[in-house]
Design a protein around this ligand. Sequence first.
Ligand SMILES: *Cc1c(COP(=O)(O)O)cnc(C)c1O
Length: 387
Amino acid sequence: MKSKKFETLAIRTQLERSEFNEHSTPLHLTSSFVFDDTEQMRAMFSDEIQGNIYSRFSNPNTTELIDKICLLEGAEAGWATATGMAAVFTAFGALLEQGDHVLSCRSVFGSTHTILTKILPKWGISHSYVDINDTENWQDYVQENTKIVYIETPTNPGIDIIDLEWLGNFCKKNKLLFIVDNCFATPYLQQPIKYGANLSIHSATKYIDGQGRVMGGLIAGDANLIDEIQGFARHSGPALSPFNAWVLSKSLETLPVRMDRHSENALKLAEWLEQHQEVELVKYPFLPSHPKYDIAKKQMYAGGGIVTFIVKGGLEKGKRFLDKLKMISMTANLGDSRTIATHPASTTHSKLTDEEREEVGILPGLIRVSVGLEHIDDIIADINQAL
Ligand SMILES: *Cc1c(COP(=O)(O)O)cnc(C)c1O
């Protein structure tokens, strides 16, 4: 299968057909599996033979999804979890121990920030934040006990880009595990493992589902790390439901066509916004005005579906813009077929001080649009009337 193209792998990676000769993989909604005899049960429990025992450990639908994400990411092995945050926490929980240190950026997803700042310190695990745009200084932050470099690119909602090739070399030189939250790009647009990442993590809730239906998380990467993750997850229990695995595996079949259209719509919107007089700044990886345009072009196949812009008039104007939208949804998700807009300064990040918001790249007039699959003319028309 490995020699096939991405689109084919996304569709043709399937469980073997059952006695019913089904064309599309059926749902295996069962919590456990029956053994033929005590000898088989003993051998499976002691890992002498592979097989399904209990759906907290493995399930055929989850296995299909994991096999698929591994092929799409170019990874040796993988694991699936109930949510994206379960994937992030499982990776940290399995790979870190007391006294370890993580190097990351302040722009990471909000709940990842909470894990780093509130949860891991309970177990004596510390972190430092480095500036994603100032890689010159990173070396100064590497400590003797630094074990993991954890980043997102593009970042949320600032759409900053980090050079994965540079970071892969940096991690190799410093003997650090290199983990990327690849949720915004998906493996169709960006494959961090090519640049030396040891793990690529996804909130499958976003573009992998792509239709705002189910939650899930995926981890793909080095087999030795996935072994540790599997040992941790089998017993701590963040298992993905077989139903969600079944949905997500089907969703991946259409990932390439969806990401092509998301990216095409997003680029058109970004270009349109850039010439609008009420707009101060537009951030999109594939706009030539993006400070890291060349790096984005090098490591991403297309720009993805997220466009960020700053409306003139600050906080009040940002709020008013959102309230005036007619079709575009105001909801706490992204990567949906429906276009979604958020105004972080007055909603998700309203509790932060102005300085704290600025540190994360959230200016008062910043709007984040997760550009959907509706016709671009209708998306632009709604944004135009609200501006
Ligand atoms: C949504 C998101 C997560 C968390 O995923 P859930 O499925 O909501 O748990 C992690 N990282 C990024 C970049 C996200 O957008």
